[in-house]
Design a protein around this ligand. Structure first.
Ligand code: GLA
Length: 430
């Protein structure tokens, strides 16, 4: 059978020469399970779907388990995680769920409920990546095995409400859901942060995306009603209260397919590391861009090329903006949060060069709507979504403004999601 991604694209067609824009956008990050409507995520619906597709589940209803893992928005601190800086993500109620029955045969077999696409592998012979959504599951099994975590086989069904390839971390959510489903004891009996690091290793070493820790961290360690500040060097983290009594988080999808994300992402990371290495050659105390202060920037400019310099300037200024956003939120100063998010967006556009014209258009439109306290792109960039902090009574006005202006400006259909901040991955109660 021809392997197909859950989005229905033939996975074989995704293999292509590096730099092939269309092919790369369909491969790796793009080939994740298609989103379902949220009714498909209820326990009853998932149990019924599993029973219909898996005789072992029908034979032993009591053995059925359901795990869930959320996507995330990043409020601020973009492209800082792999530079050992600060990030402020929130896990959101768009998520991936797996209903499954554990088995003793070491085989893992999953069906995407959105497409009927069935994929399988053996825990004792995981093999190389296939450039399909199952890679995130197989890679997680590979990384769990490497970490010495005991696993069992399973037969399961996978349902997602997360839009794919949108910068909302559907890959991390799939990894965390897989980790909870595969581990013999809940969550591998290890702290969620450790599980996040194992899932990051799956993505880095098995899937081949050189991502930082933020996405897996957010999906593993999310806190209901809060954002979570992570120091990516010390790995200390803490919840950060959001003004959710008066405001809500609104994610707006550009409707554009991300392209060249993986190669451009890995290039940005390499440019940051090159800037850090140039400084370290003069000053061994510099281990990463986290150690670079604004006062050092003139020296950076003298040492590295223009692109590396601007990548570095973004990371240094962005770390400062995360700290300032924490202070502004604590002080209830949403005007300051708005200025900081605007500066973050501009820095990602002008210095880091990851903002598409569609992301820019959405932020420009949102900024004109009274009651939108803050707006910026979120995630890796190159398409995907914006995040907006919006007064509850201004959400409809934001929807109307986006519907009225965005399609005529871009020819694309936006999607608006009002999201809640939720807890990290785990078993679904009930
Ligand atoms: C992607 C990566 C993260 C992080 C963001 C940018 O989501 O997976 O590790 O680098 O981009 O902030």
């Amino acid at each position: 059978m021809t392997a197909r991604s859950a989005a229905g694209q033939p996975v074989g067609a995704a293999r292509g020469a590096p730099g092939d824009r269309r092919r790369e956008s369909r491969s790796k990050r793009a080939s994740r399970p298609a989103p379902a409507d949220s009714a498909a995520l209820t326990s009853d619906a998932m149990r019924a779907a599993l029973v219909a597709s898996e005789p072992r589940a029908a034979a032993d209803l009591g053995a059925i388990r359901i795990v869930r893992a959320p996507g995330r928005v990043n409020l601020i601190g973009e492209h800082t995680d792999y530079n050992l800086g600060l990030v402020l993500p929130a896990a959101i109620d768009l998520e991936i769920r797996i209903a499954f029955v554990p088995t003793d045969d070491r085989r893992v077999e999953l069906v995407s409920s959105a497409t009927g696409d069935r994929a399988r592998f053996d825990l004792d012979a995981i093999g190389p990546r296939r450039r399909a959504w199952i890679d995130y599951v197989a890679g997680t099994a590979w990384a769990l095995a490497e970490a010495g975590i005991a696993m069992r086989g399973l037969r399961g069904i996978l349902v997602s409400s997360l839009p794919t390839a949108s910068g909302l971390s559907s890959s991390a959510a799939l990894e965390l859901a897989a980790a909870w489903a595969l581990a013999d004891t809940p969550g591998g009996n290890i702290p969620p942060l450790s599980l996040a690091r194992i899932c990051q290793r799956a993505e880095n070493a098995y899937v081949g995306v050189n991502c930082g820790l933020m996405d897996q961290f957010a999906s593993a360690c999310g806190v209901t009603g809060d954002a979570v500040l992570l120091d990516c060097r010390s790995l200390e983290f803490r919840p950060v209260a959001l003004p959710l009594a008066t405001h809500c988080l609104v994610v707006i999808h550009t409707g554009s397919t991300r392209s060249l994300t993986t190669s451009q992402y890995n290039l940005r990371r390499a440019q940051c590391e090159a800037a850090a290495a140039a400084l370290a050659a003069e000053n061994p105390a510099i281990e990463s861009l986290r150690d670079v202060t604004p006062a050092m920037l003139p020296r950076v400019r003298a040492l590295v090329g223009d692109a590396e310099f601007r990548r570095c300037r973004h990371v240094v200024s962005e770390n400062g903006r995360v700290a300032e956003t924490i202070d502004a939120l604590a002080a209830g100063d949403l005007d300051a949060v708005g200025r900081l998010w605007a500066a973050s967006h501009a820095s990602l556009r002008d210095d880091f060069e990851v903002v598409s014209p569609e992301l820019d258009a959405l932020v420009e439109i949102a900024t004109t709507v009274p009651g939108v306290a803050a707006a910026r792109m979120t995630g890796a960039g190159f398409g995907g979504c914006t995040i907006n902090l919006v007064a509850r009574d201004a959400v409809d006005a934001l929807r109307d403004a986006v519907a009225a202006e965005y399609p005529t400006r871009t020819g694309l259909a936006p999607r608006v999601y009002v999201v809640d901040a939720v807890a990290g991955a785990g078993f679904l109660a009930g």
